[in-house]
Design a protein. Structure first.
Length: 108
């Protein structure tokens, strides 16, 4: 996680969770995760998910603003990639207090 102030960390995680709380954005993110570090062009994402370019652009912008997706110009194309560090940070944040108050320590 990028910041150390708990409130700022919470705000960043809420921003990321909010970005993923839409079916199209979640689908885009999952496609990018599957693509790995190679990433995908907007046309490839659009084709895989059958999303119109204008809709795709709007949703990728939301994911980028939440810090979950990066982009890089490669020749004539922009390649989008999932930010695996941000994803790992989000998962770690969600697991941070897992079972902290369980007296038996019986959960995962």
């Amino acid at each position: 996680m990028e910041t150390t102030e708990p409130k700022l960390v919470d705000e960043e995680m809420v921003k990321r969770l909010s970005a993923l709380a839409h079916d199209h954005r979640l689908a885009i993110f999952r496609v990018l995760v599957r693509a790995g570090t190679t990433g995908l062009s907007a046309g490839s994402i659009s084709e895989k998910l059958d999303l119109p370019p204008s809709s795709l652009s709007f949703h990728i912008s939301n994911l980028r603003n939440a810090g979950l997706v990066s982009d890089e110009r490669v020749g004539r194309y922009i390649v989008y990639r999932a930010d695996f560090t941000a994803m790992a940070g989000l998962v770690a944040y969600l697991n941070e207090n897992c079972c902290a108050d369980d007296p038996l320590g019986s959960c995962a």
